[in-house]
Design a protein around this ligand. Structure first.
Ligand code: NAD
Length: 338
């Protein structure tokens, strides 16, 4: 099958080429993000392969449909950037990689917590400059702290397991309890109780209309003063402007982000020779207690191998049977969320 691969970085090419070695699909790589404008690169292909910040809205899908594209293969689990209803209207099948390495994201979440707490990123720079003073590097024991996990799915469950090993009390909030989490002692509570009880809150739910700005001005009023907030899910789950107010008034003592509401114009590119035009993002960078990574939680060898293999399997299955292995549709999602 001829596939136009958008947002293709050198590492995407390496892993997709390896996974495609025995399948023989024709993969045409484009560094640019998919948008209305760049959808012209899909001409001649039968499928497009996209990542988290590609635009797969109604406009783009209409353009893809008119070019004969029949499959959108996401190299991601989250699909908040895809208009599923428009895809259905255009007769375009959408497939994703539902689970690749939940360990990759869970472990990165722990890296953010540990780095923010023990300030190893600041210590690294100090020591290299011959500054061995400890003032400003004071952390706290994770042991005995209460951590709240919002969204106890595949990733949330692993985060819960790791934190239990640290001796934390783990509270969960989800649409329903996950037996594997309950089995290790996760106690399910309301969002209100989670906000008011936790020293650390980490977000692992998908971005949906219900979770958009889940962390907002009302949440801030309930939080423990000086708490740590971690978001490795999707930027839109957090109202960034409100979080900045929380950092300024001390409600939020530490903030770790791997995702950002407006990341599409920033992340995955080297902008080091330009200025950052996003004033909200630039403000975040001024806080010493904010740690941001550029959507790299998924970025391990194991995850990239699995993403590439599942993506190729989706494409092959669609080519041979007309059905991808991991299709998503409006009906399927509403069934799963009931
Ligand atoms: P999952 O589907 O296994 O788990 C998501 C959980 O969130 C489910 O248990 C679901 O019931 C729960 N949920 C849904 N709506 C909720 C709500 N309104 N309130 C509370 N909980 C709710 O997904 P996963 O594999 O664990 O991934 C979670 C999210 O992590 C993805 O949706 C994606 O956005 C994000 N992610 C980020 C990266 C990264 O590199 N930063 C990589 C992969 C996934």
């Amino acid at each position: 099958m001829h596939v136009a691969v958008f947002s293709a970085k050198p590492y995407d090419r390496r892993f997709l080429d390896a996974a495609n070695a025995t399948s023989g699909h024709k993969l045409s790589y484009f560094d640019v993000r998919l948008s209305r404008e760049t959808s012209r690169f899909a001409a001649g292909a039968e499928a497009v392969c996209v990542f988290v910040n590609d635009e797969v809205n109604a406009d783009v899908l209409a353009s893809l449909g008119s070019k004969g594209i029949r499959l959108v293969a996401l190299r991601a689990s989250g699909f908040n950037n895809v208009d599923l209803e428009a895809a259905q209207r255009e007769g375009v099948t959408v497939a994703r990689v539902p689970a690749y390495s939940p360990h990759a994201v869970a472990e990165h979440t722990i890296a953010l917590i540990l780095t923010l707490n023990r300030k190893t990123h600041r210590a690294y720079n100090r020591v290299r400059e011959g500054n061995f003073a400890l003032e400003g590097l004071l952390g706290f024991d994770l042991n005995g702290k209460t951590v709240g996990i919002v969204g106890t799915g595949r990733i949330g469950e692993i985060v819960a397991k790791i934190l239990t090993g640290f001796g934390c009390t783990v509270l969960g909030h989800d649409l329903g309890p996950r037996p594997a989490c309950e089995a290790i002692g996760v106690r399910y509570v309301s969002m209100e109780e989670l906000l008011s009880s936790c020293d650390i809150i980490t977000l692992h739910c998908p971005l949906t209309p219900a979770t958009h700005h889940l962390i907002n001005a009302e949440s801030l009023k309930r939080m423990k003063r000086g708490m740590m907030l971690i978001n490795t899910s999707r930027g839109g789950v957090v109202d960034t402007q409100t979080v900045i107010e929380g950092l300024k008034d001390g409600t939020i003592g530490n903030l770790g982000l791997d995702v950002y509401e407006e990341e599409a114009d920033l992340f995955f590119e080297d902008l080091s020779n330009r200025f950052i035009g996003d004033d909200v993002f630039a403000r975040l960078l001024t806080f010493p207690n904010v740690l941001i990574t550029g959507h790299q939680a998924f970025f391990t060898k194991e995850a990239l191998t699995s993403i590439a293999e599942t993506t190729i399997a989706n494409i092959t299955a669609f080519e041979t049977s007309g059905r991808a292995v991991h299709e998503i549709s409006v009906e399927r999602i509403s069934r799963e969320r009931r």
